[in-house]
Design a protein around this ligand. Structure first.
Ligand SMILES: [Zn+2]
Length: 298
């Protein structure tokens, strides 16, 4: 089981993704465009040109392997978090990971850091959330009831977000439903949709394309630099559409949900959105029972 879990590919977009899904799609287009455009040139190229192409490929390969200091720090945090003694029960390993994750969340709340990124990836892995390899895998998971579509009108997706990617693990729509219901109560005059969602579930292939196009340092070829979006348990909540009062409300609400151990959250500055990893309610409950978090807060 451990090997299966360790092989999962997760990654964070929040502090790592500099742009919204608009950029995702455009970068993906650019990738395809470059690929398509590159094929005939490569086929028709004379020998010297092929050599030049090969050189470029080698350079690209080298750069792919290089890690920035922040990436190395994230991987180190992940490795320290995910590795546990064999004698330790699986649920206790998860609780220890959550201890680390929530300790990181408490440091400069909502601000991205290697501690937050590495521990979130670790938690996702220890929860055993399988990543989605491809669009077909997402479609199949939706058919099987492993992914659920968001079926309420208090949110709106970025129009360029593919329909099949407007889905998440069952507790993710439930969380967003409750969040927007509370928001509607706090702002009774607000006209739906109340929140804009630029990204939910991603595929490993899609995430890696973002990396290969230089759109994000999150990558699926390095353990510990995965994206939790590939798990279906992460959503991005855009700051667009929100006036100052509603920005303040949702910021405080997310911080409260972090304190209640429901979510892990980061404000992605350049992307202008909150990245929210939603914990399964049963994991939150078990963690509360183990650590008696609620009792300690009272
Ligand atoms: Zn995100």
């Amino acid at each position: 089981m451990r090997h299966i879990l360790v092989s999962f590919c997760f990654a964070l977009c929040a502090a790592l993704i500099p742009t919204s899904s608009i950029a995702e799609r455009s970068s993906t287009r650019a990738f395809h465009k470059a690929t398509v455009a590159g094929s005939p040139v490569s086929t028709a190229a004379k020998k010297p040109k092929k050599k030049k192409s090969a050189t470029k490929k080698r350079k690209s390969s080298v750069s792919v392997r290089a890690l920035t200091a922040k990436q190395r720090a994230t991987v180190a945090v992940y490795e320290a978090c995910v590795v546990g003694e064999e004698s330790v029960r699986k649920d206790e390993r998860l609780f220890r990971a959550l201890d680390l994750a929530f300790a990181a969340q408490g440091e400069q709340p909502l601000r991205g850091s290697p501690d937050k990124l590495g521990t979130e990836i670790c938690v996702a892995e220890l929860l055993g959330l399988s990543p989605f390899e491809s669009d077909d895998a997402i479609a199949l998971a939706t058919e099987k009831g492993e992914l659920f579509e968001f079926s309420f009108d208090r949110i709106v997706f970025a129009p360029e977000l593919a329909l099949h990617r407007r889905a998440g693990r069952s507790w993710v729509p439930a969380y967003l439903n409750e969040l927007t219901r509370s928001m509607g109560e706090a702002f009774p005059d607000a006209v739906p949709p109340l929140l804009r969602i630029p990204s939910v579930v991603r595929t490993k292939a899609g995430q890696q394309r973002l990396f290969m196009n230089g759109r994000t340092p999150a990558r699926c070829d390095v353990k510990g630099l995965y994206s939790t979006h590939t798990s279906g348990a992460a959503i991005d909540i855009s700051l667009q559409m929100l006036d100052n009062a509603r920005r303040a409300w949702i910021t405080e609400r997310l911080l409260q949900d972090v304190r209640e151990r429901k979510i892990l959250a980061i404000l992605e500055g350049r992307g202008g959105h909150f990245h929210v990893f939603v914990l399964p309610p049963e994991a939150t409950l078990a963690y509360h029972q183990s650590r008696k978090v609620l009792q300690a807060q009272r």
